[in-house]
Ligand binder design. Structure first.
Ligand code: SAH
Length: 421
């Protein structure tokens, strides 16, 4: 990738502005329910819960919520374009949001990861949104590259300050900006910022390399899904390595082959990567090539098929496996899709179980925040029960420690391991 664009100056941060020239502080009054929700520490204030505000409010400015007795309740980032109108930065006593506040917040997130990773793992999450006190913001590390992903345009006016703070504290070789779709238009029009732009340092021009549990991977940080890799599945990948010895493995929704590399290192006889994206499979092939120094990886038979996993599984009823990982994309991006998602998880688990040899193990995952743990585990267990084969649930898993979940909606990742007779 070449970047011929003239680098845009970063927007100057708007910091600690207790009194704006036009109209002063943005003050919000909210419903009684929202008051108690915010008081309990929930980080989102929805538009429908706002009873009144003193003026319309601008993208990214600080909005202050006062309770019915006119006391300070919380403050956060205002986003007039989102149903989540305010993302709480602080609740409780009045608080100045300034450079020191933000630096302390970053420090807390970094401290929290202290001791979690040894030098064999250089890809992990430094900052995980709301649950780290950074609503709508993610910071991932891929060795010397850092990726800042914004899920709300409300952070854009703060970008200059953020880039400086991250650069000073972590000294990355480069800092790449990723923007969720809803933030891209505002970023481009107002600030000339684009998804995948390098904020500091040099453009890598290609995917960047990093280590996970000693395995070498590439992440396409400028264009790949999420920030280039699914860092949240590290623990399940490690688990799969321990289960894979001598096994014939299917990795459905393989993306860049994460589960497959661990299975191969763990001694799998063969791995089949199934993904609808040829781009993802090409990355999986490169990741295998990067790990040829491992004897077991070298000896593992690899197969890669670009296909819709549902269709492929239905069309190849006789292909049998000892170990199957099913890690599909989110089936419920919004609440209205929840019921459909639950039945899709059930259908997928049923298809997978059909392809398991006797005594085989299936790992079924969901990353839909809208589908609860009970609903997902229930769907997979129903599929297993309906197969009439008898099964044992071996383990369940959630999110790894670098993806903390401080409130219910943040617990998106669920995984269950079943052994089927
Ligand atoms: N397990 C992976 C992450 C999976 S992300 C890891 O550990 O890194 C989900 C993947 O599913 C994406 O790569 C996407 O291209 C793929 N995908 C989406 N819909 C699909 C479908 N219907 N059939 C097969 N693959 C699909």
């Amino acid at each position: 990738m070449t970047n011929n664009k003239v680098p845009q100056p970063l927007p100057t941060a708007r910091l600690a502005e207790p009194r704006r020239k036009t109209g002063g502080q943005l003050r919000l009054r909210v419903s009684a329910t929202a008051e108690s929700v915010l008081r309990a520490g929930h980080p989102w204030l929805f538009a429908e819960s706002i009873r009144s505000q003193n003026r319309p409010g601008e993208m990214g400015e600080l909005g202050v919520v006062y309770d019915r007795n006119d006391r300070f309740l919380a403050l956060g980032l205002f986003d007039p374009s989102s149903a989540i109108r305010l993302r709480v930065l602080h609740a409780g006593k009045p608080q100045l949001v300034n450079r020191a506040f933000l630096r302390e917040r970053l420090e807390r997130a970094l401290q929290r990861r202290n001791g979690l990773f040894d030098p064999q793992t250089t890809g992990f999450r430094w900052v995980h949104g709301e649950s780290d006190g950074w609503p709508g913001l993610v910071l991932d590390r891929y060795d010397t590259t850092l990726v800042l992903k914004l899920y709300t345009a409300a952070w854009l006016p703060w970008l200059g300050e953020l880039a400086e703070m991250i650069g000073d504290r972590l000294r990355p070789e480069r800092l790449v900006l990723r923007l969720s779709r809803n933030a891209q238009e505002f970023a481009r029009q107002r600030y000339g910022q684009t998804d995948g732009q390098v904020l500091r340092g040099t453009d890598p021009g290609q995917a960047v390399a990093f280590l996970e549990t000693g395995l070498r991977f590439e992440a396409d940080v400028a264009r790949g899904q999420k920030t280039g890799f699914f860092l949240d599945q590290r623990e399940n990948r490690r688990q799969v390595e321990t289960l894979a010895g001598g096994r014939v493995v299917l990795n459905a929704f393989s993306f860049s082959g994460g589960f497959s590399l661990y299975a191969a290192r763990g001694g799998a006889r063969s791995v089949l990567d199934l993904d609808i994206s040829p781009h993802a499979l090409a990355a999986a092939e490169r990741n295998f090539a990067l790990n040829q120094s491992e004897v077991t990886v070298r000896q593992c038979r690899q197969e890669r098929i670009p296909a819709d996993a549902f269709e492929w599984l239905a069309a190849h009823p006789t292909r049998q496996f000892d170990l199957i990982a099913l890690d599909p994309p989110s089936f419920a991006k919004r609440e209205a899709e929840r019921a459909g998602a639950i039945s899709a998880y059930r259908r997928l688990a049923a298809l997978g179980i059909h392809h398991l040899k006797p005594g085989g193990i299936i790992l079924a995952c969901s990353c839909s925040a809208h589908v609860s743990e009970d609903e997902f585990f229930g769907a997979v267990r129903t599929a297993a029960a309906n197969s009439n084969r008898g099964f044992t649930e071996l383990a369940r898993a959630g999110q790894p420690a670098d993806h903390p979940a401080a409130f219910a909606e943040a617990r998106y990742l669920k995984a269950t391991y079943l052994r089927v007779n």
